[in-house]
Design a protein around this ligand. Structure first.
Ligand SMILES: Nc1ncnc2c1ncn2[C@@H]1O[C@H](COP(=O)(O)OP(=O)(O)OP(=O)(O)O)[C@@H](O)[C@H]1O
Ligand SMILES: O=P(O)(O)OC[C@H]1O[C@H](OP(=O)(O)OP(=O)(O)O)[C@H](O)[C@@H]1O
Ligand SMILES: O=C(O)c1cccnc1
Length: 486
């Protein structure tokens, strides 16, 4: 895969030089990747992008031309550049599997290693995880609105550049899309490709009927006709029926039609009636045109007769929520494997980080439904023999006692001492895993509008550690202020 070593912000490199010059090269750190709020005002997000992170880490290498370019900036020392020439990631990475439903503040990736190395990973990891997680989440919403009707991803032409088109198609497949129109994504990630027909094809012939017939001759077993170039009900559907019946008479299966404008409910219902009356009951109706989860939900609620959906712009650009605010924050620092928890204070309570080396524990009830997640310290054990009272870390009086539960730890080892220890699943396996995981959540959490907030609490031990550190920092600041006054 591609070498993305230089895909970073300049300040990562200047800080790395700073660590190098100030004798902190062997200082170790633990960084957490997490986001603070869910996109789309939704109830969950779907993790995606880990495979690209793995590729990025495995291909880390400053090439001669990179070193020459950095030297030309005249801000880096020769001995530091020499160190970069030998750069390798030698640390540990833990991450949640792609396709896992995730929630705010959960450390979805944890990087542990020399700060000199871990610093370089920040920008690329965030770039990869933020985008794919966002699109997988959007796709999951669109797919959920579509119910049983498959969703084809049609977004490449509107994506924010080629990378977004290709990685967006990958993420959309994780989120449950059945196929993509993007051929490069299909080739690269083994995503099923599918497509229908363009308006230009129909415009190129002297009549719509002629255009349909020519297409049917070329693709007799894969013939889905676009019916809205002139008038869907007066010309497109009647012509499609003629060609569909001709195909069926020749022993082929006529696939159906696509409607790409107008009132999709009215047109699809009328088209269904006409197709059925002609005996083409197996022909499907595909709907497209600026669709997103809300329009699909509404069109279905109106009783439309649409069997499959083509969704482009809104999905690939995540139009109503164009970024995920994933961050990479230092949670501990140390040396020789001994770590001290660290936190970042903020006036904004939501921006105070969670200190220490942490894990995510998901609690399921006996029926297999997810009840709550607890962010805990790495060495904590939760016995399913005892009940556990968890509490909201902000509104601490909000408590819930869990009993008869089963737990699952979400972070998986991905790298140990710089070596990959994780077998990357296929994209289809990720999609299937994701569907199963989503099935373990209550519909109330997955509801598109005003979902129920899934519980994510801190363990008592982590909560206490955070309070102690906050108090310690507060006291130190007060002490310094008093000394300055004296
Ligand atoms: N029954 C419906 N309920 C809700 N939204 C719908 C329905 N039918 C279509 N839409 C949505 O309405 C939006 C606009 O469609 P509109 O009919 O105004 O223009 P259009 O058909 O796209 O025109 P054009 O010929 O330029 O493509 C699209 O986003 C489409 O998905
Ligand atoms: O609407 P989207 O969800 O983005 O789906 C992709 C759209 O791309 C194609 O047309 P294109 O947009 O190129 O032309 P049009 O706007 O004239 O239909 C296709 O016919 C869809 O309408
Ligand atoms: O195959 C299609 O129908 C298609 C592909 C991309 C964009 N719009 C439609």
């Amino acid at each position: 895969m591609e070498n993305l070593t230089m895909l970073t912000d300049l300040y990562q490199l200047t800080m790395m030089q700073g660590y190098y010059v100030n004798g902190c090269r062997d200082k170790e750190a633990v960084f957490d990747v997490f986001f603070r709020s869910l996109p789309f005002e939704g109830g969950y997000a779907l993790a995606a992008g880990l495979e690209q992170v793995v590729d990025f880490i495995e291909n880390l290498k400053f090439r001669e031309e990179d070193i020459a370019y950095l030297k030309g900036l005249h801000i880096f020392q020769n001995d530091f550049l020499e160190e970069l020439r030998n750069f390798k990631f030698t640390g540990d990475v833990d991450a949640v599997q792609e396709g896992t439903p995730i929630f705010p503040y959960e450390p979805i990736i944890r990087v542990k290693g020399r700060i000199f190395e871990a610093q370089l990973l920040e920008t690329a990891i965030l770039n990869l995880i933020n985008f794919e997680t966002l699109i997988a989440t959007k796709a999951s919403r669109v797919v959920s609105a579509a119910g049983k009707g498959p969703v084809m991803e049609f977004g490449l032409r509107r994506a924010q550049g080629p990378d977004a088109g290709v990685l967006g198609a990958r993420a959309a497949f994780i989120g449950g899309c059945q196929s993509t129109s993007n051929v490069l994504a299909g080739e690269r990630y083994a995503i099923p490709v599918s497509g229908t027909q363009a308006h230009s094809w129909i415009q190129c012939f002297s009549s719509e009927l002629e255009a349909f017939r020519a297409y049917a001759r070329t693709f007799p077993d894969n013939c889905l006709l676009l019916v809205d170039t002139y008038s869907a009900l007066d010309s497109g559907v009647p012509n499609a029926i003629k060609v569909g019946l001709e195909l069926e008479a020749e022993g082929h299966h006529f696939q159906g039609i696509r409607i790409d404008s107008g009132d999709l409910t009215y047109l699809s219902k009328e088209a269904r009636r006409m197709l059925d009356e002609a005996g083409l009951t197996q022909a499907i109706i595909v709907g497209s045109n600026d669709l997103d989860e809300e329009t699909i939900f509404s069109i279905r609620a109106q009783g439309a007769a649409i069997d499959a959906w083509g969704v482009g712009t809104h999905l690939i650009t995540s139009k109503d929520s164009p970024s995920l605010g994933g961050v990479y924050k230092l949670a501990a620092e140390g040396e020789n494997g001994v770590f001290h928890p660290r936190l970042k204070v903020s006036e904004n309570i939501s921006k105070i980080t969670n200190p220490g080396i942490k894990k995510i524990v998901r609690f399921y009830d006996r029926a297999g439904k997810a009840m709550a997640d607890v962010i805990a310290l790495e060495d904590e054990v939760f016995s399913d023999r005892k009940s556990l009272t968890i509490f909201d870390p902000i509104q601490t009086w909000k408590r819930k006692t869990l009993a008869n539960f089963r737990t699952r730890e979400l972070l998986q080892p991905i790298f140990r001492k710089g070596k990959r220890v994780y077998d990357l699943p296929s994209l289809l396996e990720i999609q299937q895993y994701s569907r199963q995981e989503l099935d373990s959540f209550w519909d109330e959490v997955k509801r598109l509008a005003n979902p129920h907030r899934y519980i994510v609490d801190l363990s008592s031990k982590l909560y206490d550690l955070k309070q102690q550190l906050l108090l310690k920092i507060h006291n130190e600041i007060k002490l310094n202020e008093n000394q300055e006054v004296e």
